[in-house]
Design a protein around this ligand. Sequence first.
Ligand code: E4P
Length: 215
Amino acid sequence: MKFFIDTANLEEIKQAFELGIIAGVTTNPSLVAKENVSFPERLKEITSFVTGSVSAEVIALDAEGMVKEGRELAKIAPNITIKVPMTPEGLKAVHIFSKEGIKTNVTLIFSANQALMAARAGASYVSPFLGRLDDIGHNGIELVSTIAEIFETHQINTEIIAASIRHPQHITDAALAGAHIATVPFKVIMQLFKHPLTDKGIEQFLQDWDSHLQK
Ligand code: E4P
């Protein structure tokens, strides 16, 4: 399973990239709104150093509007992936983008049937939202594993992005469930490093080293 970072914050993206573990970026309108910047400008900044997939979401709700917006966004850089909501109009747009060779990420996936339809329309990625399903008492990880099994059975190449990640356990579970990618907020990426025994081990090594120098 690969890691993407789920943010539109440039500093977070830069810091996460320096770690050497990030293969792409996902944004959404809520994440962009927090930044108070021009969306195309931010996408130019991100794609100036990110070579992997960078998801940029359309705002229009009709297929024609989505296609118009998506084509403009796709001109910004060759690695822009157009993020489209899981609706009938969204899938019409995905179908058109796929014929034009524009990559797509179908977002707001909450059922296996939605994922299967998105894949059949030609989506490059589907994004099941784990955290939001868990919030309503459903099982987000179970959905990822069902989608993974269906895609495997039917040899579907669409990649599964485990989205709406809230904590480190989601990452391990998504990897085991067969997600190809997890898109992770910066805060959770940093939590992944944490283990009390790592901190304790470093402290002990340094103490031992200091006492050796004093001999
Ligand atoms: C996915 O691409 C979305 O940006 C994201 O994961 C949404 O997560 P949330 O439920 O934390 O808003």
